[in-house]
Design a protein. Structure first.
Length: 53
């Protein structure tokens, strides 16, 4: 009975671990894209200000 429960629990734990890993990867990529967009907007604003000056 103990062996059967371990056989059910290990794949379930691996599945949860894969889901958590994908969620972390998705959040990391999303934050990275947001930072790139934010940096690009700041760069465009600074370029416009230097062009006006």
């Amino acid at each position: 009975m103990q062996r059967l429960q371990a056989g059910v629990t290990i794949p379930r734990a691996l599945g949860y671990l894969a889901l958590v890993g994908l969620a972390v990867l998705f959040l990391w990529l999303t934050l990275r894209v947001d930072l790139v967009i934010f940096g690009g907007v700041l760069f465009a604003i600074s370029l416009r200000r230097t062009a006006e000056a």
